[in-house]
Write a protein that binds this ligand. Structure first.
Ligand SMILES: C[S@@+](CC[C@H](N)C(=O)[O-])C[C@H]1O[C@@H](n2cnc3c(N)ncnc32)[C@H](O)[C@@H]1O
Length: 205
């Protein structure tokens, strides 16, 4: 499966032929087109926005590399796309492949207990998710925000939207500049920022 690199240097390289034969056998056995995606730090970053590009393929083959990676000639001829978990290097592509499988599977109809969970998750509408709480109502002196116990669904939705906007502004200002905020969102965010204790506005002025 692997051999030393031409030109010298450290590590081993995964050989073309065993992988090419495996991909050809898979393509020959499939009734539909097989899309081969190589997990690689050099690939397009996997995100909630880019996942649909993988999701649309009926038959997806995830190729996990090891060592220094895969012989470039396989990538040129047999691989359709390259995908990265982020700007860091793993020892192998298996964890990245499992992450893709999990992220895609939870998007399938019926995979989650409640379909709304996915539509309210971080990144789906360009913002981070709001904070969540469960029983008990008070734990070690920490109480659940009173609005969540009010039974007022409109107020709860408003508070959650504000939290979502506020924590995106605090933690991921790169996202909040992209998100299209209407007048109501801008007012909610302004009120959130206004209510922050002095010194807790992070890098924001
Ligand atoms: C040690 S890495 C090889 C790194 C390669 N020499 C480079 O610098 O681009 C071994 C394998 O781990 C996987 N891998 C490493 N980092 C990854 C990342 N950020 N996303 C997806 N897969 C990754 C790839 O399949 C890769 O072939």
């Amino acid at each position: 499966m692997d051999d030393s690199p031409y030109g010298g240097g450290p590590g081993m390289v995964m050989s073309v032929l065993p992988l090419r034969r495996a991909i050809h056998a898979l393509r020959a056995a499939s009734d539909v087109q097989v899309h081969v995606a190589y997990l690689s730090p050099q690939g397009k970053t996997i995100s909630e926005q880019t996942l649909p590009e993988l999701e649309r393929h009926e038959h997806l083959c995830l190729l996990a590399g090891r060592y220094e990676g895969v012989d470039e000639r396989l990538l040129v001829r047999d691989v359709d796309s390259e995908w990265s978990l982020g700007d860091f290097v793993l020892s192998g592509g298996e964890i990245a492949a499992m992450a893709v499988i999990d992220a895609l599977t939870r998007r399938l109809p019926g995979a989650l207990g409640d379909e709304r969970s996915a539509s309210e998750d971080s990144f789906v509408d360009g913002l981070l998710d709001y904070p969540h709480y469960t029983r008990p109502e008070v734990v070690d002196g920490q109480a659940v925000p009173p609005v969540l116990l009010s039974g007022n669904h409109a107020e709860i939705a408003r508070w959650r939207r504000q939290q979502s906007l506020g924590r995106t502004w605090l933690r991921r200002p790169d996202l909040i500049t992209l998100a299209c905020l209407d007048k109501t969102d801008r007012a909610l965010l302004e009120a959130f920022i206004e209510a922050l204790p002095a010194g807790s506005k992070g890098g924001h002025s």
